[in-house]
Design a protein around this ligand. Sequence first.
Ligand SMILES: *Cc1c(COP(=O)(O)O)cnc(C)c1O
Length: 372
Amino acid sequence: MHAPDYALLLDPPAFPAERYAALADRLAALMSTTNDVLLIQAEAVLALEAAATSLARPGLKALNIVTSPYGTWFGGWLEKGGATVRNLTASPARPVTLEEVERALDEGPDFDLLAIVHAESASGILNPLPAIAALARERGIVTLVDAVASIGGHAFDVDRLGIDIAVIGPQKALAGPAGISAISVSERAWTLLSHDGAPDNSMLSLMDQKKLWLDTGRGALPGTPAPLEFYALEAALDRIESEGLASANRRHKTAAAATRNGLMALGIPTWVEEAHASALVSTAILPDTLEARAFLAAVSQKQGADISGGVGPGAERLIRLNHTGRRAHRDAVKANILAFSGALKSLGHAANTDFALEAAENTYLDAPADGA
Ligand SMILES: *Cc1c(COP(=O)(O)O)cnc(C)c1O
């Protein structure tokens, strides 16, 4: 294989000013929303920090649900801005339950904001977002959802769920560039964002984005945008739209089921039951006799596998098999199973690789045809 010709990336033309609004509209369509969509010229963690920093003020009362390090950071940014934050931390590496959220809301105070991550790539869990969003809506609480990992891999209909602020990134299930992210903002959320202490003249200010881009007719973005990122986003949207979002969702679901079946055939339990598992990564529990570090060192990533350790408290003994984005495909799923089985065997643990690969393959034979 020849090395790619990176010189092709030099001297790109500016991204045409009239196409930014079209990109925002296409991202809005992926999120099924008529809310405003802001383009953030940075990786999605900055979009999350911008949302938290813009919302935070003394007197703001937030229920912040923590199911991974992302939630911990989000609560920290809110607190830094003077907000009163109740962190509701789920059992380590587990989804939060509706009952836990209901209890926290009942205990009060009267929260203005509820923040939650939809699906976690850190531990492979899926939070019960529809029920929690409905509960927050009933109580008139503004909702913020980190859907960076889930968009493209799970149904995420902002307007149907009534989500006020949604943060997404193209770099996970949408298989796009990591340098741009997006935030949808409802009318109710703009009201909460317009406060005296809101940051301005700041890259973290959503009000600046509103003033400088939305309210000026959505032409050129302020500053000097990175054109390569925008061309890459456009290409990623072309690809995902031509496949269809529903098909991408199904492709992830099938990859998760095939991975789960492959692991089961190896006698390896998965961390969460299917209803609470994300379709982005599957998490396996290592046999007690094996060390996570030794196992990961024994994994051969050579033939297209992508296997890593869990991230965050409670995930230390979990092994993640990545099937996000372009990896939500039979070849990548089987490469993961092959590598997982190979590592088990190299450490002296019995494993029937052929049986496991067949279990993964059979899942595809039974699944609706999605070209994966
Ligand atoms: C991936 C991800 C982000 C973005 O973080 P990076 O690790 O910098 O890509 C934010 N939130 C969630 C839930 C994610 O999975």
